[in-house]
Design a protein around this ligand. Structure first.
Ligand SMILES: *[C@@H]1O[C@H](CO)[C@@H](O)[C@H](O)[C@H]1NC(C)=O
Ligand SMILES: *[C@@H]1O[C@H](CO)[C@@H](O)[C@H](O)[C@H]1NC(C)=O
Length: 411
């Protein structure tokens, strides 16, 4: 483990080499992470996974809003991971490394699903039971306070972590690095139902390591099953990972999207309105782009795509794909145009989702409920692989920028 000072020096050096101005006041701390598509359980069902997550996200938000919730029971995250972005996170000193799902849609950080938690001299049990029930998975165990190491040596002292004694739905990963809003941790300490748990980002801020509670997320399209092509930046953004400038939009006031990284946007396909301006969320734990069912139907008829029952995805003929127009995400005054190639699943990975070689499948799918319920879209990984994203707690806003992959044709 490096002393913090030498790590910051290294980062300063790295920054001074970058020609473009950085938008932050102190060096950001970057953490590479990997995209992983796990097909060992057979063909993965993207739609089922994403829709059950979406339903859980909406339920939990509604429960928070009503105030009469068992927040534990309504908490969400990913289950039976199909496509996940995984960061290597160290816990303890000496640290044991755990593979954790990077999740903007939940806020507890926990370990122990696969690799057992290894206690060291920095590990302190608080005696508090902790439990989170996700879409169709869960963990429960005990809260510990421990040292958490991100990347090659950034240290967070006294971080609350969950140590799972039981978990379901997390085969092949060790747990979650929860970087959603802190409110989502309320009720997860089962005997302290009004207590919130500071997230890793908040502790980096309160310990003076970063000057703003901001996380920058870089994903890129890939045609490999495993690819370390992501980067998480704590405390700022990484200007080497995006093009142009970042435009921010306030977190929406519409519930339940407001309890997550929720924003207002409208969606047009070419010049056809698919979804009038409404609230939804940006989510690293959802693979597809999910639209309220009525908007999804409009997209389907505008493209002519047909539902493929095997994959649950919309299938396009070559002629329909060739005629595809941009799917535009209009956020404030900026339009983020998802190109035709950005709207399809990587064709070289078709068989992993039960599809046939040479077919063309859309990554736009059905949220599973109609618009008007306060969470009408999810901009998931397939959106975030084309646009850099910034989750800014300090200023209560979400930012996007184009990247060198925005117009990629790799799919
Ligand atoms: C993939 O998922 C299976 C269960 O479906 C699990 O046993 C395996 O460990 C996972 N592998 C990886 C690399 O995540
Ligand atoms: C988002 O849309 C809602 C509903 O139209 C509106 O009340 C709100 O002011 C908009 N902006 C924000 C930041 O929530």
């Amino acid at each position: 483990m490096f002393p913090a000072a030498s790590l910051l020096t290294t980062l300063l050096l790295a920054l001074s080499i970058a020609a473009t101005p950085v938008e932050i006041r102190s060096p950001p701390v970057t953490l590479p992470f990997a995209k992983r598509i796990n097909t060992s359980g057979g063909a993965i069902n993207l739609v089922q996974h994403d829709q059950s997550r979406a339903a859980a996200i909406k339920d939990r938000g509604a429960a928070i809003q009503s105030g009469k919730m068992d927040r534990r029971a309504a908490s969400i995250a990913v289950t039976n991971e199909a496509v996940s972005y995984i960061a290597s996170v160290g816990v303890g000193n000496p640290a044991t490394t755990y593979d954790l799902i990077v999740d903007t849609g939940s806020s507890n950080t926990w370990v122990g699903a696969a690799t057992a938690y290894v206690k060291t001299s920095t590990s302190t049990a608080t005696g508090e039971p902790v439990s989170v029930t996700y879409g169709s998975g869960s963990f429960s165990g005990e809260e510990y306070i421990d040292t958490v190491t991100l990347g090659s040596g950034l240290t967070i002292n006294q971080q609350s972590i969950g140590v799972a004694s039981t978990s379901t739905g997390f085969q092949g990963v060790d747990g979650i690095l929860g970087i959603g809003p802190e409110d989502l941790t309320q009720g997860t300490l089962t005997q302290e139902t009004n207590t919130e748990i500071p997230t890793v980002t908040q502790n980096l801020f309160s310990q003076g390591t970063i000057s703003e509670i901001v996380v920058g997320v870089f994903f890129a399209p890939t045609t490999s099953q495993t690819d370390t092509n992501g980067e998480l930046t704590f405390g700022g953004t990484d200007s080497t990972k995006y093009t142009g400038s970042i435009t921010y939009t306030p977190v929406t006031t519409t519930s339940p999207a407001t309890y997550y990284w929720g924003i207002n946007e409208s969606i047009t396909y070419g010049s056809t309105t698919i979804l009038a301006e409404t609230a939804g969320i940006v989510d690293t734990g959802t693979t597809l782009i999910l639209l309220a069912s009525n908007a999804y139907t409009k997209y389907q008829s505008a493209t002519g795509a047909t539902l493929d029952r095997t994959t649950g995805l919309l299938k396009l003929t070559t002629t329909q794909y060739d005629a595809l127009q941009n799917l535009n995400f209009n956020v404030g005054s900026v339009t983020y145009a998802l190109t035709p190639n950005g709207q399809i699943w990587p064709r070289s990975l078709n068989t992993y989702i039960g599809g046939t070689t040479g077919s063309i499948y859309s990554i736009v799918n059905n949220l599973g409920s109609p618009s008007g319920e306060g969470l009408d879209f999810i901009n998931g990984q397939t959106f975030l692989e084309r646009f850099y994203s910034v989750f800014d707690t300090t200023n209560n806003r979400v930012g996007f920028a184009t990247t060198s992959s925005t117009d990629a044709t790799t799919n």
